[in-house]
Design a protein around this ligand. Structure first.
Ligand SMILES: *Cc1c(COP(=O)(O)O)cnc(C)c1O
Length: 438
């Protein structure tokens, strides 16, 4: 069959999307799912097994979205499923402490040198929101520093981007956020020590915390110089400002101890989400005994949740994290991802395609330039047109990437070398089509 004649059957998905529009704004319950920046209606997925997902039209894809990061073991992992099923059989929620909660808490704290105590919540957003409140409660200060190109969930005061005027003062990226909230947030460029130092020197007396994705992976993959992160740590100590690592993606992904372990940097508070719940809704934040003693009921910073540490979610998290502790797990993830990335990169180089792949552990991102990118403003929006075409060509051939060029890809433990070779071959074919069209 000629390449141009490959047609993706998505009648059922298209119908379901039309129906969904009657019930949900834009037909979705989270905006990027609507496929606004790629071709066609969103695929309605009915099943996932290992590294593959199947849509309502019975097309199957090798999946690199992994439910946006949580599924580090792939879809429908047997041990995780069995633990969920046996837990559900005894009821779904009690609103009391449970042994399962202890087990997951112990597993994490025992294997993470960077936190002494943890508090479970139900999403990454909730973890970040609580961490910010904690930082403000401890320091008695109100301003927050964030970096352009880092995403921290839909927390009001963090839906802020760099403003057009004075670099440090932001503007909101969503309607419905009071000007007074925006004023509490200072926005800096990533990987820029001078901007950081200038801001801390000028405003340290008002700044409660600096929050950063140590592995920024929500706006491309903007890998930072280790020296920048080390400098950030030292400057926060120097100016009496708390440092929050938002590890909702990097936690349990770039290593069991996340980016803190990867870079050997001790933040004051760490937030988790995604992988920690093994595909169920869980978030968490943690820190030292001292830091965590400020949280209610021990301390004055209030934070609560009806479904916090839900036993079914705890079971899924435990069954997942336990498998990550197997010797060589992360080395294997890194090696298989490296092989995929190298193969595609070699092909692109041979063909003279203007692109490169960024990678850390089992996270990768395709940039449509050869330059290394460490800041959000270095991403050329024109590259997104290439991504849009690539996404279409990949779907036609059976590879699923998150539906935006700003999203990273995730390799799971269920992607075998054979799966990755198949995906690489498809990727090469798709790139030929995209670059032939220019
Ligand atoms: C996904 C994400 C969040 C938000 O988590 P939700 O569970 O979607 O609320 C926060 N921070 C980072 C770094 C994330 O990747």
């Amino acid at each position: 069959m000629e390449k141009n004649e490959i047609i993706l059957k998505r009648q059922r998905s298209a119908e379901l999307f039309e129906e969904a529009k009657q019930y949900f704004p834009g037909g979705v319950n989270s905006p990027v799912r609507a496929f606004k920046s790629v071709f066609g209606p969103p695929l309605f997925i009915k099943e996932g097994n290992g590294c593959r997902i199947t849509d309502e039209d019975d097309n199957t894809y090798i999946d690199f979205c992994g439910s946006w990061g949580p599924l580090i073991l792939g879809h429908n992992n047997e041990a995780v499923r069995e633990k969920i099923v046996s837990t559900v059989a005894r009821g779904t929620s009690f609103g009391t402490p449970t042994r399962l909660g202890n087990e997951l808490g112990k597993l994490i704290v025992d294997h993470n040198r960077f936190i002494d105590k943890i508090r479970f919540v139900s999403s990454g957003t909730e973890a970040v929101m609580s961490a910010i409140r904690l930082a403000r409660g401890i320091t008695g200060k109100s301003k927050v520093v964030k970096f352009e190109g880092c995403y921290h969930g839909h927390v009001d005061s963090l839906l802020v981007k760099a403003g057009s005027g004075l670099a440090t003062f932001g503007e909101s990226t969503s309607a419905g956020i009071p000007e007074s909230f925006v004023k509490e947030t200072l926005v800096l460029p990533l990987n820029d020590r001078k901007a950081l130092d200038d801001t801390l020197r000028a405003y340290a007396g008002e700044i409660a915390c600096v929050i950063v994705e140590p592995v920024p992976a929500n706006n491309g993959l903007l890998l930072q110089d280790a020296s920048f992160l080390e400098c950030l740590r030292l400057k926060c100590y120097k100016y009496g400002v708390l440092l929050i690592f938002d590890e909702v993606i990097s936690g349990f992904r770039v290593g069991f101890e996340g980016a803190a372990g990867y870079y050997g940097i001790q933040p004051d508070i760490i937030t988790y989400g995604k992988i920690i719940g093994g595909g169920m809704p869980v978030g968490a934040y943690g820190g030292s005994h001292e830091v965590m003693s400020h949280i209610s009921p021990d301390g004055p910073v209030y934070q609560a949740g009806t479904l916090s540490a839900n036993p079914v979610a705890m079971a899924a998290g435990y069954a997942t994290l336990q498998q990550l502790l197997a010797p060589g797990f992360y080395e294997g993830q890194e090696a298989r991802t490296r092989r995929l990335v190298d193969r595609i990169q070699h092909y692109a180089d041979r063909q003279g395609y203007d692109m490169h792949l960024e990678q850390i552990g089992s996270i990768f991102w395709i940039a449509f330039t050869r330059q290394r990118i460490t800041r959000a403003d270095q991403i050329d929006p024109a590259g997104m047109e290439y991504f849009k075409k690539l996404h279409r060509e990949l779907l036609l051939r059976g590879v699923y990437l998150g539906p935006s060029g700003y999203e990273v890809g995730f390799v799971s433990a269920a992607h075998t070398e054979a799966d990755l070779d198949q995906a690489a071959a498809i990727m090469e074919e798709a790139l030929d089509v995209v670059f032939a069209q220019g």
